[in-house]
Design a protein around this ligand. Structure first.
Ligand SMILES: Cc1ncc(COP(=O)(O)O)c(C=O)c1O
Length: 435
């Protein structure tokens, strides 16, 4: 028996398995082909010329193509990539980027007022910021529960399970299926009744994914009061600032409102994937706003511990995206150009919402489709059932998530009529079958 055989034999004995070809990983549960990424693979393999991709949350132009906004193209020119060094960033990331990203989300007034109470770190985009805050809270403040909206971005639950095994996942009602609207009273009731002091709660800052339903200003005020009264730690997931409405300040309103409550401490998970079209560059930030009630704010300790966790996971965030963002932030003309890009992208989405809605109404598709135009952001929570979504894919080559979430960015002037007709056929056929 040679050395390799001996090792294999000992693994077999340890696992009590007589198969000499068994692997350490043989017991891993096979994962099903769910999720947006596997649907995307199916879409690519689909050879139908009419196929429509409403799956992935990434902007597409009216030709259905990935698009580089002019501000991004110009910023890259100004960087002179050929002569850039590729050194490590500091552990906290680019200081210049952190200053600008903080200013962007909190505005100049709050940033000034709270200059010694905000701990910021550059992260691997929004996902990295969500993961880091989960780990940080699990390690240091030990909330019993994290409260997530039901439904929420598919990754939130997994992020908390992976990064905060000591924190229980709980859900607060968010969506009322019958009225296709925000289930606000049930949300407030649950938070008032079931949360405990020190629990964490995740709120989408704007353009809630997947429902496209955001609270009104009055509702945000009420949510802030409950969080304050119940002493919850708030985590804002801000993945769509400026992309949702086309207005950077408008989309940050809720976060800035929470700052008006001096005792509320909160975190902001900021992503630049959508609003700067830097999806693959993984640019994001985590900001933690420390209570204004404490006389000696522990900002430096928070800052230090964030860096310690990030160092163990990924060392530091990548460099290139922050270079591009810094270029846009520092030049007035590029900043203006970027704001125009945001308006263009959000307006195209609104136009497509209206176009598909008008077509559904024109076709007299059964049901009420007002929600398609009332929802905001990248997605429409169409209200289609999983079965209807499956038929849309198989019979009409229109792809969306099984939950009925459609990425409106996938609609173009060339395909919205086809898409509406496909939805119309599936809905009317479902009705006929039910009769
Ligand atoms: C609500 C929400 N949070 C966070 C993210 C994270 O995106 P990224 O990691 O690309 O910044 C997304 C992306 O779709 C999202 O929809």
């Amino acid at each position: 028996m040679d050395a390799l055989d001996e090792i294999q034999e000992s693994v077999v004995v340890k696992n009590g398995n007589s198969n000499t070809h068994s692997s350490l990983f043989s017991d891993l549960r096979p994962l099903g082909p769910e999720g947006p990424f596997s649907l995307e693979t199916q879409f690519i393999a689909d050879s139908d010329s009419c196929k429509v991709n409403l799956i992935i949350g990434a902007y597409r132009n009216n030709q259905g193509q990935a698009w580089q906004p002019p501000s991004l193209v110009e910023a890259k020119k100004r960087i002179h990539v050929e002569s850039c060094l590729h050194e490590y960033l500091p552990l906290h990331g680019s200081a210049e980027f952190l200053e600008s990203s903080k200013l962007l989300v909190l505005g100049p007034e709050i940033t000034n007022q709270a200059y010694d109470r905000i701990a910021s770190i550059q992260t691997i985009s929004g996902t990295g910021a969500n993961s880091l805050i989960a780990k940080f809270l699990d390690n240091h403040t030990h909330p019993a529960n994290i409260w997530l909206p039901d439904p929420t971005w598919v990754n939130h639950a997994d992020i908390w399970k992976e990064n905060a095994p000591g924190v229980d996942l709980r859900w607060y009602p968010y969506y009322d299926e019958s009225s296709r609207s925000l289930s606000f009273s049930a949300m407030i009731q649950t938070l008032q009744r079931d949360t405990q002091e020190n629990d964490a709660i995740l709120l989408h800052a704007c353009a809630h994914n997947p429902t496209g339903l955001d609270p009104t200003k009055e509702q945000w005020e009420e949510i802030a009061l409950v969080c304050k009264e119940k002493k919850l730690f708030v985590i804002f997931d801000s993945a769509y600032q400026g992309f949702a409405s086309g207005d950077l300040d408008h989309d940050a309103w809720a976060i800035r409102h929470f700052f008006t409550h001096p005792g509320l401490e909160f975190a902001i998970c900021q992503s630049f994937s959508k609003n700067m079209s830097l999806y693959g560059e993984r640019l994001g930030a985590l900001h933690i706003v420390v209570s204004r009630k404490s006389s000696s704010p522990p900002t430096a300790s928070v800052h230090g511990h964030l860096a310690e966790i990030q160092r163990a996971c990924v060392s530091m965030a990548p460099l290139f995206g922050s270079r591009v963002a810094n270029e846009i932030f520092k030049s007035e003309d590029l900043h203006l150009m970027w704001q125009a890009d945001l308006l263009l992208m959000s307006n195209r989405i609104k136009t497509m919402r209206k176009a598909v809605y008008d077509e559904l109404v024109r076709l007299q598709t059964p049901g009420n489709w007002d929600h398609v135009v009332h929802q905001t952001g990248m997605f429409s929570y169409t209200g289609l059932t999983e079965e209807q979504v499956g038929r849309l894919r198989k019979e009409h080559h229109v792809y969306m998530l099984p939950s009925g979430r459609a990425s409106i960015c996938g609609l173009t002037c060339a395909n919205f009529k086809y898409t509406a007709q496909a939805i119309h056929s599936v809905i009317t056929d479902t009705q006929k079958r039910q009769v």
